[in-house]
Design a protein around this ligand. Sequence first.
Ligand SMILES: Cc1ncc(COP(=O)(O)O)c(C=O)c1O
Ligand SMILES: N[C@@H](CCCC[NH3+])C(=O)O
Length: 418
Amino acid sequence: MDFFNYRNNTLFAEDNAIAKLAEHYQTPLYIYSRATIERHWHAFNDAAGLHPHLVCYAVKANSNLAVLNVLARLGSGFDIVSKGELARVIEAGGDASKVVFSGVGKKVDEIAFALEKGIYCFNVESEPELARIQQVAQKLNKKAAISLRVNPDVDAGTHPYISTGLKENKFGVAIDDAITIYLKASTMSHIDIKGIDCHVGSQLTTITPFIDALDRILMMVDNLAEQGINLSHIDVGGGLGVTYQDEQPPMPSEYVAAIIERIGERKLTILFEPGRAIMANAGILVTEVEFIKTNQGRHFALVDAAMNDLIRPALYQAWQNIVPVTPNDTLESKTYDIVGPVCETGDFLGKDRLLAIQAGDLLAVRSSGAYGFTMSSNYNSRPRAAEVMVDGEQHYLIRQRETLAQLWQGESLLPDNK
Ligand SMILES: Cc1ncc(COP(=O)(O)O)c(C=O)c1O
Ligand SMILES: N[C@@H](CCCC[NH3+])C(=O)O
């Protein structure tokens, strides 16, 4: 059962199900749906059909072990950006040989760890990184499989903070330098060139930037073949957007079909790195209204979730739908700012929302399954929220709410007399 099906706008599997979970586990509380996660993953995997491909879920979107485990059981690959994410994938039962390692600043120990675990490929983002991977691989007497992340200089048309494929961004190597770097890589003793990679940004709601980038990358694939470098895969990155408000991004099937069509007869395995498209609308953040207050005619709902729990509204002015868990028609609707208890003016979850609510009500912040918990922090010494996975008629606590003692775990007082 899909616990919350965004497109059909049905939020609740059963009356009071969310309220019961919130009462039991306290708020703020993240709730995910296994069925929705699986449906979204299949949307990519099934669309690619018989074309050789691997869906490498972007772990940064949501790295809870249970989430990774659900995907690992489907046979998913994973896109990681740190040693920590790789450790999580392995701990969750994921297959290291289906892991691609992205990121601009891989450290020596991270590269060594990935080589020891036998990942599928490093997505190399610079020439110094390539040299470092060669060095580490040589030392470990291993061959490192690589692809080069090429920056296609395409405007993703998304928020500047999550746009990654423009010349001025720190990601990847400039398309004009790529051939030279591939030729260098081809002479390196412990480097095995496997593919090419690009990722132009996140929350893309049209297909055009993907295709523009792909066309440039495919031109590079053909140029490389002429130089005797034959690639076996193309990694198209992630970035497919979701519906938060009224966006109408392409469906995964449409997106995947467009990519396959463009690749044509070329013998290339396709790697996809979706994060948000799998997780965003598979999760909600439930929060309780502590107080209603009015300042100078402006209405505020003070809730018990804050920017430390969900930073997207504060960081990107992101809009996420906020709905009462149990609608109450007897209350008067007013326009509220939904704000948390953190001491920052930027601490809001939503502004100008017309809601009929009162203190004690539960609100669901929708589309919070991606970049919600993973971007949370302990700012203001707030313990991080619990996470629950709904699985059919069952639910499982997949992360306990942090205790106060966990807030200072690893810290110590200064010794006496120093
Ligand atoms: C290299 C790379 N791959 C995949 C993703 C996942 O992106 P999204 O969650 O938008 O699918 C990101 C984040 O934008 C990324 O930087
Ligand atoms: N954290 C961003 C997405 C960034 C993707 C990382 N490359 C968001 O919440 O929208």
